[in-house]
Structure formats: structure tokens, C-alpha cells
Write a protein that binds this ligand. Structure first.
Ligand SMILES: [Zn+2]
Length: 299
């Protein structure tokens, strides 16, 4: 992978036109009203952090000048193509590192015997432990037009001496990478771009989480519920009411999935925890055969 100058230009054009259209629409008062000013600001802030990286022999490398910055790579890939994340993508962004420090700070304040030395040792830039290779591959299967891939490092400290009982399994996140498909299959790419930017924001300053499999699965569903909520609100507010019957039918079909997922969420979610999955939502999504839904989640 990568590329003749024309091919590079083709990929740049796909990213830049989706981004351009999204930013233009986010300035429309009816879109701001539908999403809320703070969400629009957060999306634009995430968008400002994006940059288009070079890929060398199918490998994504974060250039040295960006390793200490919160920059997020965005790439356009063809269906079936695969990009591998180099070690440099495992290094956390400054925002992620500061969340990790805050996370353990709380543990120290509570007299949790996780020592500072131990934390230093497990920080990914020093010693990544168990890295699942699967989370270092960026590819889009046939159902996916975009995704945010995040390298994940599982850490099990249950064998470490002098640790309190309880969960001592963690997942450390590397730098997120946004990928969009070069084929839009009739879908509006600005909506897709917005959806993926919501995911970028979910990981931009998330460096660590405690790992309990079932909770971890639920989190992944919550992240989609949030992304689809804004995705659908964007689609509905951007929608041009002057379209004729056939045009609006086509536009509606493109919006179908986001619309269905949002319908399920909004009718079954607890209003105090709007993006938290529950049994009812999970069963409905399962019934809809949603491709990203993890199996056997317990409630
Ligand atoms: Zn998503």
C-alpha cells in the first residue's frame, strides 16, 4: 500500500471533501441547535487535531514531531486494504498520559498500594506488555465505511505482590486512528466523518480503563449509542426539506441505520444515563442484527 502521487491525491480528496462538507454544515444554525453548541465545539476540536499521515509499506508511523502532540491520524483506505500500526502508535498522546496519571493519582490518594514505580513500569511508552495484534490492524470489513481503531494493551497485575484484592486488570489505549472508506456506496461521507469524530473524541484523552470483560463490552455499545445519537441528529438537521419525493426517499434510506439505532436508544434508555446500554436496548439491537454488537453481554 501507498502509492503513486495520483493515488495519494485521490485519498486526500476523499478525506478533505468529507471534512469540508461537515465543517460547512456544522456552521448552520439548525445543525448547531440539533447537536448543541458544546457538541459542535467538541467535534470541531477533534477535527482540528486530525492530520493525514504517510503510510510506508502498509505501516502507519507517527512522525517524531507529532509523538508529543495530541494529533490524530486519519486515513482513507480501500475495502480489503490493511494498514498495520507501528510501535509509534502505541505511544500515548499527552492527553491520554495525563488521564492515566490522574487515574492512578486517585488510587494513591485512596492508599491503594499500586506504587508509582509500578505505574511507570506499565506505562506503554516504557514497556507495553500484552499487545493484541488484532488491535494493531486497521481494515474495514464489508459492513464498515469507517472506524476508529485504537491499539489496546492488556495488563494483568493480579500476580503482582502486595496488591489489594479486586480487579487488577487494565487496558491501556494507544493513539486512536480514524479510518474512512474510499468507497461511499451512496452514503453521505460528512455524516460518517462526524460519527467517527465522536469516536475520536471518546479516545482522545482516554489512556486507561479497568478491564472487566462484560463492562468493557457494555462500554463499547455505549460509545456507539452516543455516536449514532449525534449522527442521527446531524442527518435530520442537515436534511434538506426542499428535496422531492424520490430524493428524500434515497436520503432516508441512507440515514436508515442511524435512525433505527437512535429510535431504540431514545425509547429504551434511562433519561439520567442516556447513552448507557440496558437489557432492553441490547435485545433490540441483537434483533436488528447489528454487526458491531458484542455477543453474550450480561445484564
Ligand atoms: Zn461507530
Amino acid at each position: 500500500m501507498f502509492f503513486t502521487p495520483e493515488d495519494t491525491r485521490r485519498r486526500y480528496a476523499i478525506i478533505e471533501s468529507s471534512q469540508f462538507e461537515l465543517v460547512e454544515n456544522l456552521a448552520l444554525p439548525r445543525v448547531v441547535e440539533a447537536l448543541g453548541q458544546s457538541t459542535v465545539d467538541a467535534i470541531l476540536e477533534g477535527n482540528d487535531q486530525l492530520y493525514i499521515p504517510n503510510i510506508h509499506n502498509g505501516e502507519l508511523i507517527i512522525p517524531r514531531r507529532y509523538r508529543n502532540k495530541n494529533k490524530i491520524p486519519v486515513i482513507a483506505i480501500d475495502p480489503g486494504e490493511e494498514v498495520h500500526m507501528s510501535e509509534s502508535v502505541l505511544i500515548q498522546t499527552p492527553a491520554q498520559k495525563s488521564q492515566v496519571n490522574g487515574y492512578f493519582q486517585i488510587a494513591w490518594e485512596r492508599d491503594n498500594p499500586l506504587s508509582k514505580e509500578l505505574v511507570e513500569e506499565i506505562l506503554p511508552s516504557k514497556n507495553p506488555r500484552i499487545v493484541s495484534d488484532e488491535t494493531r490492524r486497521i481494515h474495514l470489513n464489508e459492513n464498515l465505511l469507517g472506524r476508529v481503531a485504537v491499539p489496546q494493551m492488556y495488563i494483568d497485575l493480579s500476580d503482582a505482590e502486595s496488591l489489594p484484592a479486586g480487579n487488577q486488570k487494565f487496558v491501556l489505549f494507544g493513539r486512536p486512528v480514524m479510518a474512512i472508506c474510499t468507497e461511499n456506496r451512496g452514503y453521505s461521507m460528512d455524516s460518517l466523518f462526524l460519527h467517527e469524530l465522536i469516536h475520536v473524541n471518546q479516545f482522545r484523552s482516554k489512556g486507561i480503563t479497568s478491564y472487566v470483560k462484560n463492562e468493557y463490552y457494555k462500554d463499547s455499545i455505549n460509545q456507539e449509542l452516543e455516536a449514532y445519537h449525534y449522527h442521527n441528529a446531524y442527518d435530520e438537521s442537515v436534511f434538506d426539506p426542499s428535496l422531492d419525493f424520490w430524493q428524500s426517499l434515497i436520503a432516508n434510506r441512507r440515514r436508515f441505520l442511524a435512525n433505527m439505532i437512535e429510535l431504540v436508544r431514545s425509547s429504551c434508555a434511562d433519561p439520567d444515563r442516556p447513552f448507557e446500554v440496558n437489557k432492553e436496548i441490547y435485545e433490540e439491537l441483537k434483533f436488528m442484527n447489528i454487526s458491531w454488537l458484542p455477543e453474550n453481554v450480561e445484564f
